[in-house]
Design a protein around this ligand. Structure first.
Ligand SMILES: [Ca+2]
Ligand SMILES: [Ca+2]
Length: 60
């Protein structure tokens, strides 16, 4: 059986929240460029590590 994994991150498309962007299992297959634990798609500041409570942005 072939499992479709468009981005090749090891998470099949049906379980991958970002099937076209490689990411980690912790992030449901979505990338987290700054590694703050907020996936890029939910991160208002995807290139600055921040807090989940601040949508991934650092305290100002
Ligand atoms: Ca995938
Ligand atoms: Ca992030």
């Amino acid at each position: 059986m072939v499992v479709r994994d468009s981005d090749g991150d090891g998470i099949e498309d049906s379980k991958d929240s970002c099937p076209n962007e490689a990411g980690s299992k912790e992030m449901n297959g979505c990338p987290d460029s700054d590694g703050d634990g907020v996936a890029d798609k939910d991160d208002a500041c995807p290139n600055e590590a921040g807090l989940a409570a601040l949508a991934g942005c650092p305290r100002c």
